[in-house]
Design a protein around this ligand. Structure first.
Ligand SMILES: [Ca+2]
Ligand SMILES: [Ca+2]
Length: 452
């Protein structure tokens, strides 16, 4: 009898604790499935309670647009994110008797979704309710803390001051990644070819390899690393526990080989390759410079920019001169100069009328050190490089993400990117830094504004 009673007690205890834990687990936070949102006070009369969550129907949301959006989005419940704050305690008095406003924590709500699948889409749509929603964001401060082991060397993506750099002097891509990481619009990489089976690129790049064909002969194994480096900056595979992160995580990169070791293929081949990319790709990266104006190359660029309306990114060049280089000095092209990890123009970066903006290119000199730009390298690993080429690839990478988020017309997107730069040097546009430093955070904010 005693044994049976014990067993019954045990069974009931088990059931009791199971239920307890079941209920309790419901109250636990699951940041993967949560959106943090600040709703304008006039659109919500949330129950004044510190309970852990309300169903949508009890949340006091008065805007039918907001209510219907949430109602069709798989909402489990809504809760106060900081339940110990009330509407009353927005002004506090410190120990010296001074009054100050505290942040309006009482206005912040957590929306728990049944799944994290469409969380970015919902955030995007919440932001479109400009009256109702002040902000909406994932309850994950950064989605970029993934595993790529050499990310901490990528100061151009997250500058923490590594390599004697200046904290924050990066392209502000992490703000972009919370909203957009790429999409189906492809990127044309007109360069020296890419190591297509590089483990950090293999699923991202197709087209021409870095092997150099000579008149139909079997490919020679000539190691021209430039294209592989550009590809990694634009779109190395991200969060794969290997090498580095790319700026664009999704969009296919098409490789078009036009030169090796500084020697071009023929004028005609060059032109054909640019034309092919213009037909296929939404944005094109041409990180090279020539001292010569070639008519055919200009034809091809004009076709890309004026007929196909592609964004074509090129560079000022690396010899501290204002002598025009091409294709960067064709005025249909977005032309990029270089800054250091302290956000200052690098001394090698060409200047003059053609420059539109600057981006990280690293310090001069062929040295493997962290103040240069790390990227994928032939052989399967990484190497540091530097120059306006790297800076150009960053602009291409960022704009490719922006284009996939909202496919603005070419001149509209170019204007937005220029306007969102951080001005440096002389006020406004100047011949050394153009409109200033690439700023992904501001660019995506500009892009999110509703349009007609
Ligand atoms: Ca990687
Ligand atoms: Ca300026």
């Amino acid at each position: 009898m005693k044994t049976i009673t014990k067993r019954i007690i045990l069974i009931y205890s088990y059931l009791f604790f199971s239920l307890l834990f079941y209920d309790f687990s419901f109250a636990f936070s699951d940041p993967e499935r949560e959106i943090i949102v600040y709703i304008s006070p006039e659109f919500i009369d949330f129950p004044d309670s510190t309970d852990n969550g309300f169903l949508l129907s009890s949340s006091g949301i008065s805007s039918s647009n907001l209510y219907n959006l949430l109602d069709t989005s798989g909402i489990v419940n809504i809760s106060r994110t900081f339940p110990s704050y009330t509407k009353a305690d927005t002004i506090l008095t410190d120990s010296f008797g001074r009054e100050f406003n505290i942040s309006l924590f009482s206005r912040v709500y957590t929306i728990l979704l049944s799944s994290s699948d469409s969380i970015e889409v919902l955030i995007d749509r919440l932001y479109q309710l400009y009256d109702e929603v002040i902000f909406a964001e994932r309850n994950i401060v950064s989605v970029t803390t993934g595993s790529d082991p050499e990310f901490d060397k990528q100061w151009y993506l997250r500058n923490t001051g590594q390599g004697s750099g200046t904290k924050g002097e990066d392209i502000k891509i992490e703000s972009v990644w919370r909203i957009a990481t790429g999409g189906p619009i492809t990127i044309g990489l007109i360069d020296a070819g890419v190591q297509l089976d590089h483990p950090d690129l293999a699923s991202r790049v197709s087209g021409d390899s870095y092997f150099w064909d000579v008149n139909g002969n079997p490919a020679e194994n000539i190691t021209t690393n430039h294209g592989t480096q550009m590809a990694g900056i634009i779109g190395a595979i991200t969060n794969n526990a290997y090498n580095i992160k790319g700026i664009n995580w999704i969009s296919p990169i098409n490789s078009y080989r036009v030169y090796k070791n500084g020697v071009s293929m023929s004028d005609v081949t060059f032109t054909n390759q640019i034309e092919a990319s213009a037909r296929n790709d939404g944005i094109m990266n041409l990180s090279f410079e020539s001292p010569t104006w070639y008519h055919l190359v200009r034809f091809a660029i004009k076709y890309a920019t004026d007929i196909k309306r592609r964004i074509v990114v090129s560079i000022t060049g690396n010899s501290n001169t204002n002598v025009p280089k091409y294709p960067g000095s064709f005025n249909q092209v977005l032309t990029v100069g270089a800054v250091s990890n302290n956000g200052e123009r690098e001394s090698y970066s060409n200047y003059g009328n053609a420059i539109d903006l600057v981006a990280p290119g690293g310090i001069s000199g062929n040295v493997q050190s962290i103040d240069r730009i790390i990227s994928t390298s032939i052989g399967g690993g990484t190497k540091f490089g530097n120059g306006t080429s790297q800076a150009g690839a960053m602009v291409t990478g960022l704009i490719s993400v922006l284009l996939n988020y909202r496919n603005l017309e070419k001149s509209d997107m170019e204007g937005l990117v220029k306007a969102s730069c951080d001005n440096i040097g002389a006020p406004g546009w100047d011949e050394f830094t153009g409109y200033g430093k690439l700023n992904g955070d501001r660019a995506i904010q500009y892009l999110r504004a509703p349009m007609f």
